[in-house]
Write a protein that binds this ligand. Sequence first.
Ligand code: PMP
Length: 290
Amino acid sequence: MLIYMNGKLVKQEEARVSVFDHGLLYGDGVFEGIRTYGGLIFKCKEHVDRLYKSAHAIVLKIPLTKQAMTQAMVATLKANKIIDGYVRAVVTRGVGDLGLDPRNCPKQTVFIIADKIRLYPKEFYQKGLKIVTAATRRNAPEAINPRIKSLNYLNNILGKIEAINAGVPEAVMLDQNGFVTEGTGENIFIVKDGELATPPVSAGILNGITRAAVLGLASKAGLRASEKMLTRFDLFTADEMFLTGTAAEIVPVVMMDHRVIGTGSVGGKTLKLTQEFRKLTKKDGVRYAV
Ligand code: PMP
């Protein structure tokens, strides 16, 4: 496998990061994960824009233009002959000393990995997921805004560990007041009485790119889209529930905290949105040839 590392494509074994890199020492950096479908980087512009916004929010300058970043992703995909896969772009504060001061990190580290996507098991999509509510609350936006896709994913990992301990693949995380935010690595949606509802970005969530795409498809599924604060009660009493994310795409949820959601099987609106989403993945992005 070839990795893009600070401007060069190098062998995986040679793609090394220093133990003094603040991305490693402090989670000081940002990243994006993007899917490619049949030689199309899906929603490439949206992902690149989000990467630069995340970096801007943590006062991290990316030493490449957006165009150069896109070209570097294309080059990495091509070098590894990835047609249907996943590309991960990471920018860290770079090598510094053991102190926190980012001024001691003169050069950012940029690397890009292009790989096959590890798919969730088929039965997740056919039968739907069981999820639980994590006791760990989502990071408060006033502390570390979840809109920043940073390398500091410990909050999400703690939520994920709770899911694993409960014997399920995912957990929903609440904010400090008990309102629903998102899953540990996906956004959350419900369908109820003809409405497609998901928490607003101001609830303290990642502004998911799949989320935005699905909101845009609501009318095609005969649904009114709504961004509003949701409680666990809203989730328990929903007709349908699903999670969205780049890797997961649209994954149905059929049980939460031992409450059956809707009929307990994958809902019709979820299926319709999934079909419409499939169509989008064939056209909306940046094309490349391997
Ligand atoms: N929330 C979190 C915390 C995430 O890490 C992700 C991405 N894996 C998402 C939501 C979904 O965002 P996107 O659709 O842009 O992948």
